[in-house]
Design a protein around this ligand. Structure first.
Ligand code: KG4
Ligand code: ZN
Length: 336
């Protein structure tokens, strides 16, 4: 089965083609046309600019992805696209285009949850389906601890009760006068600073939940008290990053113990962060847990993770109707 998927949930236009009948499938092509430069001037994503650029870029991107895979459109067996969560006007562009391709070709269509794409991304190159485990997903919009029992069989063990981890990186970077997106900027500066310079709070709300808005406020109050904040940017970045990583690792390990799993996975844009990957790897090793991070190329938004999630579902016989609508607030686990 050869599948083409589109991802347009935010500011990356992405397309990917995957082929295979058994694990691991072969990723034939995965292209991303990033709009980060267009949005940087505004300090964040501007929805109308994002959707208009998806509309401009998607058709050539599909042509380029087919060319990179060495395929014609009639050699695609199924089409998939991100249904949500994300920006409504952006989601509509990719989702509608994939439905149109399925309609014109009479091939199946599958609507994919973006968070499930992140969740499954560490297993794209694995020889077997994702095993039962605990998944930490850290992106710009979500921080989730998920108990994975099988494909589509998930329960939420913990989540951020306010800002997502990536959102906290972006907001703190903005406070420090760093450009958007802030995560990579903070990671770049952190090694030049002292992670113990500022004892920022490690907030641990109930159960296995997370809270990052108090940490962001603590950075703001600290900045306001400093005579020359620019002299402390690296120390602030290092101390903030250390606080985020501490909480992510300690909660994940505590949840893994409680769930009795022997594998922890890590995915989402913030999982690009090498300090986080190393810290969680070390914490898992100490606790005799296997650790499976997604490859850095699949951390931030991409269509490879969407096409892989689609592949796993399509082989189980799942299909979506062409009347399926996008859902900007789509949950990974429907509220009961
Ligand atoms: O998964 P993603 O590409 O988009 C969403 O689905 O939200 O995640 C984007 C987030 C942004 O908040 C960005 O600042 C953060 O991932 N990020 C990082 C790093 N690279 C991207 N955060 C920390 N360190 C990084 N190296
Ligand atoms: Zn994402």
């Amino acid at each position: 089965m050869t599948i083409l998927a589109l991802e347009t949930s935010c500011d990356e236009s992405a397309a990917a083609i995957l082929r295979g009948d058994n694990h691991p499938p072969t990723l034939l092509a995965s292209l991303i046309s990033s709009q980060i430069d267009l949005h940087r001037a505004y300090g964040g994503v501007v929805p109308e600019i994002a959707s208009r650029n998806h509309a401009l870029r998607l058709h050539p991107l599909v042509e380029q992805t087919l060319a990179a895979a060495g395929l014609r459109i009639d050699q695609i067996d199924a089409f998939a696209a991100t249904r949500g969560p994300g920006l409504a006007s952006s989601l509509l562009v990719g989702h509608t285009m994939a439905k149109a391709l399925a309609l014109a070709s009479g091939k199946p269509f599958l609507s994919v949850n973006h968070m499930e794409g992140h969740l499954l991304s560490p297993f794209l190159d694995s020889n077997s389906p994702p095993p039962p485990h605990l998944a930490l997903i850290v992106s710009g919009g979500h921080t989730l601890l998920i108990h994975v029992r099988g494909i589509g069989d998930y329960s939420v063990v913990g989540r951020s009760i306010d800002d997502a981890a990536g959102e906290a990186f972006d907001k703190v970077a903005r406070l420090l006068g760093l450009p958007y997106p802030g995560g990579p900027e903070i990671e770049r500066l952190a090694p030049h600073g002292d992670p113990t310079a500022f004892p920022f709070p490690r907030s641990t709300p109930g159960d296995f939940d997370f809270s990052f808005s108090g940490l962001k406020t603590a950075v703001l109050y600290t900045l306001q008290k400093l005579d020359d904040p620019t002299r402390h940017t690296a120390d602030l970045a290092a101390s903030f990053q250390a606080a985020v990583i501490d909480v992510l690792c300690s909660r994940t390990l505590a949840a893994a113990r409680e769930m009795g799993v022997n594998l922890v996975s890590l995915s989402g844009g913030v999982s690009c962060n090498k300090a986080l990957r190393n810290a969680l790897q070390a914490a898992c090793a100490d606790a005799a847990l296997d650790f499976r991070p997604c490859p850095p190329t699949l951390s931030t938004d991409n269509a490879a993770m969407i096409v892989f999630a689609a592949w796993l579902h399509l082989r189980q016989g799942h299909r979506s109707l062409l009347t399926e609508d996008i859902d900007p607030n789509l949950l990974l686990v429907p509220a009961s």
